[in-house]
Design a protein around this ligand. Structure first.
Ligand code: HEC
Ligand code: HEC
Length: 208
């Protein structure tokens, strides 16, 4: 037999090359696909290493009890440095302000109530709304970075609004939560710096 290339082996070669090609392009495109969010937010500056490094610090704060207690996976907020379920189980409700007699603002005043084990306060005290839960609890760094930049899941926040959000009184409140509550692992100004750096260098999501 002169011609070794039977139609079958030809097809085989084509299939193998296709697989290799798809595999290679997936590998080459990985950095782009790990940056969910930044293309349509019109991010120009790109420095994936600096961005991912800054997000590592941001993530430590997001997952600290001071932030995570209001960003739970379930319908009830969490409490304390051990993030246990909130006593008396106040539920999120549609708008995040609680339901019926269990409205957050019944107990959470515009400022902290003095004393130990008293409700911390802020004029905006609430959970994120039911149609946009903004869950932090249980999320990997990659999942959380992608969620925060996804306009469909972050409350329709643009890049500018996200930068602004780090200056929100509710975020600042985490560094003044009343007696006996540990502050987040970075200072407030370190957090803002890491947050801005993360976004301004391209808003990259870590690989894990
Ligand atoms: C008292 C509850 C409460 C605390 C404490 C709190 N948040 Fe939030 N957070 C909310 C609410 C409510 C929203 C949705 C309303 C809004 O977007 O302003 C929100 C929205 C967000 C968003 C935008 C949503 C997203 O996924 O992009 C980010 C980011 C955020 N919070 C970060 C933080 C950080 C960081 C801390 C701690 C330093 C924190 N939050 C502490 C209630 C809280
Ligand atoms: C019946 C009163 C009451 C209601 C209603 C209430 N809380 Fe609380 N909350 C408290 C008290 C008291 C504490 C402090 C508990 C402690 O430190 O032992 C607290 C603590 C918290 C904490 C913990 C803060 C931290 O960082 O450890 C969060 C978060 C919280 N409440 C969110 C909410 C949200 C959101 C709502 C509405 C959905 C709500 N609470 C409704 C009384 C209430």
């Amino acid at each position: 037999m002169k011609n070794v290339k039977s139609p079958l082996s030809k097809a085989f070669v084509i299939v193998i090359s296709l697989i290799l090609f798809i595999g290679m392009s997936a590998f080459l495109l990985e950095p782009a696909s790990s940056t969910t969010g930044n293309e349509y937010l019109g991010y120009k500056a790109k420095d994936s290493a600096a961005s991912v490094k800054a997000f590592a610090d941001v993530y430590r704060v997001l997952m600290s009890p001071r932030c995570m207690n209001c960003h739970p996976a379930g319908e009830v907020p969490l409490q304390g440095d051990d993030s246990h379920i909130h006593q008396m189980l106040p539920k999120r409700g549609k708008d995040g302000n609680g339901i019926y007699a269990m409205k957050c603002k019944n107990c959470h005043q515009p400022s902290n109530t003095p004393g130990l084990n008293t409700p911390p306060g802020n004029p905006k005290w609430a959970l994120p709304p039911a149609d946009m839960k903004m869950v932090f609890e249980g999320k990997s760094a990659r999942e959380l970075a992608q969620q925060i930049l996804d306009i469909k899941r972050n409350g329709h926040k643009t890049k500018e609004m996200l930068i602004e959000h780090a200056r929100d009184t509710l975020v600042k409140a985490a560094w003044d939560m009343g007696e006996g509550r540990k502050p987040p692992p970075l200072t407030y100004s370190q957090f803002v710096k890491a947050w801005d750096t993360w976004i301004n260098t391209g808003g990259y999501a870590p690989r894990k």
